[in-house]
Write a protein that binds this ligand. Structure first.
Ligand code: MG
Ligand code: MG
Ligand code: MG
Length: 305
């Protein structure tokens, strides 16, 4: 029986590349693994796959009765609906401890680094398995994406070391330049509907019994959003209503200025104001130096909710 390997509901580059890297490693170790995805890929991931000659992994949203490895998440709210009927053989992740439960012992590689693919590099090293050139290139890109080319406060020495070593394997002289190319692709927000933008990199959390959805768009120049704020708020309202969410937040992150404009729709926005000790104006606020949802947004909201 094959084992499926996949990342969070709305996949990002780390989730998709991770499905490939973990499947490859496990297959080298004698297991039978198939990389999959739970949802549509984003433009940045499409760029990475094309650049290194990979197809999209198979779309699969139901896993009842299957063996699975999870990469880049461990929250039930980011899992397939029938995850409880699957057997989780292992988890590779770099997020806070989630709420998933298992009925059998499992393998866990969880480390506070900037990217799941940094952990994957360490797993390849641990098992002494060589990484193919193109896979190494994709893993390098996933790390550059998650760490925002080393600028994110989530970035560690282990991430920069992994990028250096993977670049060497992939034969890439200037990882930062490729990273910038990637973020320019990622900055294209004009060819999508506003609702698709809100959901492009969207994560759902259960905070004190409330549904909180947080999207993030990382761009090289925030001014692309100047004329679309109102439409973004309309789209956020739709997203909020569709699943009776208590709060929907959209982070518009400027990777050059190194900060984020927060757009907030909430049944109780004072909680958000308290969490960051700020006052919202027209449901918005600029947070200087804030680039990481997992490190600079979620912990503060969880405390308040
Ligand atoms: Mg991710
Ligand atoms: Mg990640
Ligand atoms: Mg991210």
């Amino acid at each position: 029986m094959a084992t499926y390997v996949f990342g969070h509901t709305i996949p990002d580059s780390d989730s998709i590349v991770g499905a490939y890297s973990l499947s490859y490693l496990k297959n080298q170790l004698g297991e039978d693994c198939i990389p999959t995805r739970q949802g549509e890929i984003n433009p940045e991931t499409a760029f990475i796959l094309e650049r290194f000659g990979f197809e999209q992994p198979m779309l699969k949203t139901s896993y009842a009765g299957e063996n699975v490895y999870l990469i880049d998440f461990m929250e039930s709210s980011q899992s397939p609906k029938d995850i409880e009927e699957a057997t989780i053989l292992g988890i590779v992740d770099h997020h806070k401890l989630g709420d998933l439960k298992t009925s059998t012992p499992l393998e866990m590689w969880v480390r506070p680094v900037g990217c799941s693919n940094t952990i994957m590099k360490q797993m390849f090293d641990y098992h002494n398995i060589e990484i193919p050139k193109d896979l190494a290139g994709m893993m390098m890109c996933a790390i550059l994406s998650d760490t925002v080319i080393f600028k994110s406060p989530t970035c560690t020495k282990e991430d920069t070391k992994a990028v250096k070593e993977l670049a060497q394997i992939a034969g890439i002289d200037d990882p930062k330049a490729l990273g910038m190319e990637m973020f320019i692709v990622k900055s294209d927000v004009l060819n999508d509907t506003k609702e698709a933008l809100v959901k492009r990199d969207f994560k759902e959390f259960n905070m004190g019994g409330k549904k909180v959805g947080i999207g993030q768009l990382e761009v090289v120049d925030l001014s692309v959003f100047d004329d679309m704020k109102e439409e973004l708020f309309d789209a956020m309202q739709k997203v909020k209503d569709e699943n009776q969410r208590d709060t929907v937040i959209l982070l518009l992150t400027d990777i050059m200025q190194e900060g984020s404009q927060l757009l907030v729709l909430s049944d109780d926005s004072t909680k958000v104001e308290k969490a960051f000790d700020i006052k919202l104006e027209n449901n918005q606020v600029w947070l200087a130096k804030v680039m990481s949802r997992k490190k600079q947004i979620i912990p503060f909201l969880e405390k308040e909710f």
